[in-house]
Design a protein around this ligand. Structure first.
Ligand SMILES: *Cc1c(COP(=O)(O)O)cnc(C)c1O
Length: 368
């Protein structure tokens, strides 16, 4: 990295930026190792993929690719406004919710400003913050989850954004309504608090105390809630997500948004996906069963794991996770080492179809 001859010309923050490491695509593994029939449990995608209704809508769009999309994504924003009972002006549509996170960093962080997040938190928060030259501030975790007291103590007059993943990836830990509300009440109103709810759909049906913070916008004008179509809705390839916030915050985010940041296919697919709650429920039920299947398997293998409410679970191995990952790859099972999140021996496994989970457990048994 440091032998890059242009690194001294790059903006502050870029010199030390380590790009996000994505899960290996199936095609790449198969090409590299000559494996066929591999299973990918590395990126927390929905193993069912999108619903039939979504596929039909997308097929219908095939002949309409010459025109630019509606950059404002009005139709989708209206559906979302109805759903969350907020104004369409509270909604910012992103090319995946990561795009919204990036807009937040660009608007509310700059050199000298502090970006606050938890140990083991989602890697995009430090990445987007570094890219704009902000100072990173990490609060220690509590039982692998966010310690909101420790986070509150670290807020200073320089703090621009506090990032909270609920639940967090890769730990699968979550914060209940009471804890999160008490925290928001302590945060000065000029500090933006992001609550990243990428896995909302998986948690809401199983944990009665899990908050729907989209309903708190009126109480906390500094709150930005992010959601995505990449996980429970099965649309990761299309890249679409959104932020919910005070209209004045949304207006600032939309100033830095690329004019055509989401495609017309993604917008139409998102609308169709929202219209099919039964399909989402199917995936959520499948996830719950798959999680139980993995946990039984881990117990049999004598493995330790962090209990997760998401569609993924991190096991804490006695061996270097990258070595186990590599051995699993040779057996055609793609998982995700997460030691770079400060989780020693951490290997994150996404919940797949029953047969995929079974293959993963068999491979783990063979490797260990
Ligand atoms: C997967 C994930 C996202 C969603 O990313 P998209 O850009 O919407 O695909 C956001 N936050 C967390 C914590 C995630 O795990």
């Amino acid at each position: 990295m440091n032998d890059n001859r242009f690194v001294s010309c790059a903006a502050p923050g870029i010199a030390h930026l380590q790009p996000y490491v994505p899960g290996k695509p199936v095609s790449e593994l198969e090409r590299e190792l000559g494996i066929i029939d591999s299973v990918k449990l590395a990126s927390n995608e929905n193993p069912l993929g999108p619903s039939r209704r979504v596929r039909e809508v997308l097929a219908g769009k095939r002949d309409k690719l010459a025109r630019y999309p509606d950059g404002g994504a009005w139709a989708l924003r209206e559906v979302l406004a109805q759903r969350h009972q907020v104004s369409p002006y509270s909604i910012t549509i992103g090319n995946g919710s990561n795009d919204v996170l990036d807009m937040i960093a660009r608007v509310f962080l700059w050199p000298g400003r502090e970006s606050l997040f938890s140990e083991h938190a989602f890697a995009v928060y430090p990445l987007s913050s570094m890219a704009v030259g902000a100072e990173l501030c990490t609060a220690p975790a509590l039982d692998f989850g966010h310690d909101l007291e420790a986070m509150a103590e670290r807020i200073t007059p320089a703090t621009g954004v506090v990032w909270i993943a609920n639940p967090n990836n890769p730990t699968g830990t979550w914060l209940d309504s009471g804890m999160l509300r008490a925290f928001l009440e302590q945060v000065p109103s000029e500090v933006i608090v992001v609550v990243d709810e990428a896995y909302f759909e998986y948690v809401a049906p199983i944990e009665p105390d899990y908050p729907d913070t989209s309903q708190w916008l009126e109480d906390f004008p500094n709150l930005v809630v992010t959601r995505t179509f990449s996980k429970a809705y099965g649309l990761a390839a299309l890249r679409i997500g959104y932020g919910l916030s005070h209209p004045d915050v949304a207006e600032l985010l939309n100033r830095v948004r690329q004019p055509f940041n989401t495609s017309s296919l993604a917008q139409a697919a998102a609308i169709a996906a929202l219209d099919d709650p039964a399909y989402v429920q199917l995936g959520v039920d499948l996830n719950r069963q798959g999680m139980a299947q993995l946990e039984v398997g881990f117990r049999t293998l004598g493995l330790r794991w962090i209990p997760s409410v998401g569609n993924f679970v991190t096991v804490l191995l006695e061996w270097p996770a990258s070595e186990v990952d590599f051995a699993l790859l040779r057996l055609g099972v793609i998982t995700r080492p997460v030691e770079n999140y400060g989780l020693k021996g951490g290997l994150r496994i996404s919940v797949g179809l029953p047969e995929e989970n079974a293959r993963c457990l068999e491979a783990l048994e063979q490797v260990l």
